[in-house]
Design a binder for this molecule. Sequence first.
Ligand code: KIV
Ligand code: ZN
Length: 521
Amino acid sequence: MSANVAGDKPKLIIFDTTLRDGEQSPGASMDKDEKIAIARLLERMKVDVIEAGFAIASPGDFESVQAVAAAIKDSTVCSLSRALDKDIERAAEALKPAARGRIHTFIATSPIHMKYKLQMEPDKVIEQAVRAVTKARNLMDDVEFSCEDAGRSEPDFLCRIIEQVINAGARTINIPDTVGYAMPRQYGAMIRDLIARIPNSDRAIFSVHCHNDLGLAVANSLDAVMNGARQVECTINGLGERAGNASLEEIVMAVRTRKDFFPVQVDVDTTQIVPASKLVSRVTGFPVQPNKAIVGGNAFAHESGIHQDGMLKNRETYEIMRAEDVGWKTNRMVLGKHSGRNAFKSHLAELGVNFANEADLNAAFARFKDLADKKHEVFDDDLLAIAKDSQQIQVNEGLRLVSLKVHSETGETPAASLVLSINGNEKQANAQGNGPVDAAYRAVNDLVGSDVAVQEFTVNAVTKGMDSQVEVNVRVEHDNHIVTGHGADMDIVVASVKAYLHALNTLQTMESRLHPHVATH
Ligand code: KIV
Ligand code: ZN
């Protein structure tokens, strides 16, 4: 089957799995509203397929797939399912509201997975795959089948199973390198050989899904495209299991920038890439490394005098892409303390932030005015921190910081005194610690009886200069749940406490959903 032809080259289908594989990164869980916000941005970006989740995995996943399916009109919305009747039925149910839905079903095909994980004979695996695809096709026209761990599967076996699932109605055949083991030339040749050897391969689109364990996910995906793959599965910022997936921005910009090289074209609106990257980073609390291709803060920065000189003479001496084409603004902040609410709202919309209601917008706008009074310049990242923090205040239903006093002096033990609102009741505690943040966290623990373990604590100055806001991300673990809390403020200890309370509130929400009768504070 040939992919849609747009212009003179076949189209490369961009399948985004940030909301499914991306969410499988420990600590990257997203709630329904966050998923809808990301899906909307992906739709605006004109991503072809959005994998919204794994409907059977939990009631929350089901609701998220359903909500994304209802919200998205222009992209296909997909749910993952194992090759099991109950998974497929659940996926179809969640996708009911979709304008265009796809069931993505998979089973492992490598000798090691079949023997140890599935404990099934290869012929039984084929039987189950065919049954699953037949079942899915009875519920939905658009069905994708994945051979999990295809990168380590035997080509003869892949030919057999793929031929049969195409006959059963699979329209897309995905060949994942699940463990990131493949090498580009070898993986490309594998795709080429499968397409050549499978007699009915012209009736399906071949897709790739590469993990980044050896840092080769993008290279492997692009080699596959050179050898006939017409769908790439990828994620914003390369988020995903372990070392992540192929990053959407790198795939799209490689194909776009090297039109002379690739035999395909992409339909994506690339100006939405940076807003999407910032939104995903904000929601997950995973910062983007400054030297990350396309979306890193330094991706379009020129420091060396020789480079700057070349750039002034001709931009193309040192730039192969334009920053504006991927959504960077080269100009600095244009909002100031005289700006109005509408300018503030539309500027944040350009950055991928859309407020759920007027109250959220008003809270964020009030904080912006406050900051604009104190700072010389307000940058985009300041705005994002404000937006996030305001949304966080909405989320903080149980625990909220009322006031904080810290004492830190050379030779003295740091001490903190804070007042929290706990379900509307104000309580006060004092504590000492190894540093002011430690003291403040101990005071919080005293008040809420928390025994969470702090796994990671990062502080980023979100803009340059001594008057910068700081953003704190703290990853905590309790009862095998890992969540990330975010907080932003000009005061580092206040930002740290806000981040900690955000994490505790998220944990509390999560645990009260799982165990409705147990309240942790
Ligand atoms: O990595 C993988 O194999 C997957 C499949 C379920 C597509 O994520
Ligand atoms: Zn995967």
